[in-house]
Ligand binder design. Structure first.
Ligand code: PGA
Length: 252
């Protein structure tokens, strides 16, 4: 049985005081031993405060990206061991905003994925198609290409210690959520591809999150799909009540 994982991606939002308040509100609203796992991914600069606030809680800490290199002249980047030292256990890689707005290629994302694993961080590896790709019937081809880049870099067992987040780009921050059937279809495709590269047992264990306008109202239907193992939550993770309601929907 895969444990549902709810990850909050705060993106570039918040201020220091607001981040502290949000964390306190989330911790206060959670049961002491939930049946689901929770991770929050604040901006890099809020990670030290967040690590302190979360230290005795059940909530894990993740970064929104990680440098593919370990050290040196990489201005603006943050290395995996720096994140691990701050208490991060997770790192989002390949978010569509990184791919689309900052030109991160499949190859670079695969290197970032590798760096996360090298430093003991679990990658939350994002994949997903654009609207025009879905309309052209290319969703599976896009997902395949994104997955293949990681397998080619990291080998067939790449996803044994990773999470995949299926995030159709047309659903991110748009209020337009994939239907449960669309999400289930893409997730089943991803799991099957992982089974082909690795093996069926490992693929069955892999957690695949859905991301893209998850809200308290749609979370439970999405999480009840057989291949949906939780969510990567953007906008709604900035509101404690909404995030907590989505967490509760993960209590299946
Ligand atoms: P959203 O973002 O929930 O605001 O659509 C999800 C994400 O980008 O991870």
């Amino acid at each position: 049985m895969r444990t549902t994982l709810i990850a909050g991606n705060w993106k570039m939002n918040g201020a220091r005081g607001r981040a502290r308040e949000l964390i306190q509100a989330i911790i206060a609203g959670l049961p002491s031993t939930p049946n689901y796992e929770i991770v929050i991914c604040p901006s890099f600069v809020f990670l030290p405060d967040a690590a302190e606030a979360l230290a005795t809680s059940c909530v894990g800490l993740g970064a929104q990206n990680v440098c593919d290199q370990d050290q040196g002249a990489y201005t603006g980047e943050v290395a995996g061991d720096m994140l691990a030292e701050l208490g991060c256990r997770w790192a989002i890689v390949g978010h569509s905003e990184r791919r689309q707005l900052y030109g991160e290629s499949n190859a670079l994302v695969a290197s970032r994925f590798a760096a996360a694993q090298r430093h003991g961080l679990t990658p939350i590896f994002c994949v997903g198609e654009k609207l025009e790709e879905r309309e052209a019937g290319a969703t599976e081809a896009v997902l395949d290409e994104q997955l293949r880049a990681v397998f080619e870099h990291q080998g067939a067992q790449a996803f044994r210690s990773a999470i995949i987040a299926y995030e159709p780009i047309w659903a991110i921050g748009t209020g337009r959520t994939a239907t449960p059937e669309q999400a289930q279809g893409a997730h089943a495709y991803i799991r099957n591809r992982v089974a082909e590269y690795d093996d069926a047992g490992a693929a069955a264990e892999l957690r695949i999150l859905y991301g893209g306008s998850v809200k308290p109202e749609n979370a439970q239907t999405l999480f009840r799909q057989p291949d949906v193992d939780g969510g990567l939550i953007g906008g709604a993770s900035l509101h404690a009540d909404d995030f907590l309601a989505i967490c509760r929907a993960g209590d299946l």
